[in-house]
Design a protein around this ligand. Structure first.
Ligand code: SAM
Length: 332
C-alpha cells in the first residue's frame, strides 16, 4: 500500500474503536451517553468486541474514569488523580482522539481541565466536527463552557474556551505545536497527554519524536499510553489476528514488544519516570467485586483467550517534574 492508503487504513481504526465502545456501552460495561452520537450501533456481537469491551473497561477503571455504573470506589487513578492533584488547573491533550467522548464526560463530572485539546487527522476531525455541529447534546456542553468572543469553527478545527480540536498529523510535531498554540495551548500549565491505541501505528522513530516533543515542550507533564504489548511470538509474528484485519501497517510493533521496551521508549525520550503494566496486572488489583460484575455481563466461552489478550494490552505512564506529580504516580 502507498502512503495514502496506509494512512486511510489507520484512519479506519477510529471507526473500529468507536463501534467497539458503543457496543460495550450497550452491554453495560460503562456509561457513556455521548458515544451514540458519533457512531452507529454494531449489528452483531463479535468475540473481539466482547473481549475489547472487557479490556477497555479495565483501562477506564485504571484511568479513574467512571468505568462502572455501580462502582462505589470513587478513587481516581491516573487521569482523575492528575485532575485532582492539579485542581483542574491543567490541560489535557488527547492525541489521536478519534471519536473519544472524554471531554463531555469530564464536563458532566465537573472535572474539566482549563482546556481540553484533541488531535487527529483532518479527515477524522472534520467528521467529528460535523457530528458536534449537528447534535445539540454534543454542541451544548461546548457552548455552555464557552465564554468571551464567538467561537471559532471551520471544517477542520474548532476552538472554544474549554474545548479545542485540531486536524494535524502527529508525525509532524512542529505543525502540531503551531496549530495547538493558535488555540491557546499554554505550555506552562501542567499537561496530561493521552494516547489510546495510537502510537502503535507510527514507526518507532515517529513515536519517539512525538514523545520527545512532548517531554521537551511541557515542563510539568504526564503521558498516558494505552496500547498493545507483547505483540510478537519468538518468530517475530504478530499474534493478534484481528489487529491485522484492516491490514494496517502496525509500524510501531517493535516498541510494543515488551513492557520493558515501552518503558524504555519513554525514558529515552525525555521522561523522568515511567511505568508499564499489562492488563492482566490491572485486573488483578482492581476491586474484585467490580471485576466479577464485568465478568458476568457476557458469557465468555474462551476465558483462556481473554487472559491471553489481557497480556497483549498495557498501560504505560510517565511524568516530568515528578516532585510536582509524584503522588499521582504512586496511586497505583
Ligand atoms: N483514541 C481513540 C479511541 O481510543 O477511541 C481512537 C483510537 S484509533 C485505534 C487510532 C486513532 O489515531 C485514529 O483516530 C487515527 O486517525 C489516529 N491517528 C493515528 N495516526 C495518526 C497520525 N499520524 N496523526 C493523527 N492521528 C493519527
Amino acid at each position: 500500500a502507498g502512503p495514502d492508503e496506509a494512512d486511510e487504513a489507520v484512519r479506519g481504526t477510529c471507526e473500529d474503536a468507536s463501534v467497539c465502545k458503543r457496543f460495550a456501552v450497550s452491554v453495560g460495561y460503562w456509561k457513556d451517553p455521548y458515544i451514540q452520537y458519533f457512531v452507529r450501533q454494531a449489528k452483531e456481537r463479535k468475540a473481539p468486541e466482547i473481549n475489547r469491551g472487557k479490556l477497555e473497561w479495565g483501562w477506564r477503571h485504571l484511568a479513574g474514569l467512571k468505568a462502572d455504573k455501580t462502582s462505589v470506589h470513587g478513587q481516581g487513578y491516573l487521569i482523575k488523580a492528575f485532575l485532582k492533584k492539579t485542581e483542574c488547573n491543567c490541560q489535557i491533550v488527547n492525541l489521536g482522539a478519534g471519536m473519544d467522548t472524554l471531554f463531555w464526560r469530564l464536563k458532566d463530572e465537573n472535572l474539566l481541565p482549563r482546556k481540553y485539546f484533541e488531535v487527529d487527522f483532518p479527515m477524522i476531525v472534520a467528521r467529528k466536527i460535523h457530528n458536534i455541529k449537528s447534535k445539540p447534546p454534543l454542541s451544548k456542553p461546548i457552548m455552555e463552557s464557552h465564554s468571551g468572543d464567538s467561537l471559532l469553527i471551520d471544517s477542520h478545527s474548532l476552538d472554544s474556551s474549554r474545548y479545542s480540536i485540531v486536524g494535524a498529523d502527529l508525525r509532524f510535531s512542529s505543525d502540531l505545536e503551531e496549530k495547538l498554540k493558535k488555540h491557546n495551548l499554554d505550555v506552562h500549565l501542567p499537561t496530561l497527554l493521552v494516547a489510546e491505541c495510537v502510537l502503535v501505528y507510527m514507526t518507532p522513530q515517529q513515536s519517539a519524536n512525538l514523545l520527545k516533543w512532548a517531554a521537551s515542550t511541557f515542563p510539568v507533564a504526564m503521558f498516558i499510553n494505552y496500547e498493545q504489548v507483547n505483540m510478537m511470538d519468538r518468530f517475530g509474528h504478530i499474534m493478534i489476528e484481528n489487529l491485522q484485519r484492516r491490514q494496517c501497517n502496525l509500524a510501531g510493533v517493535e516498541v510494543c514488544r515488551s513492557l520493558d521496551s515501552q518503558r524504555e521508549r519513554l525514558l529515552l525520550n525525555g521522561w523522568e519516570t515511567a511505568r508499564a503494566i499489562d492488563m492482566m496486572k490491572v485486573y488483578s488489583f482492581l476491586p474484585q467485586a467490580d471485576v466479577r460484575r464485568i465478568e458476568a455481563l457476557e458469557f465468555l466461552d474462551e476465558k483462556e483467550l481473554f487472559e491471553q489478550l489481557m497480556q497483549h494490552y498495557c498501560i504505560c505512564w510517565a511524568s516530568k517534574d515528578s516532585s510536582n506529580l509524584g503522588n499521582v504516580l504512586q496511586h497505583v
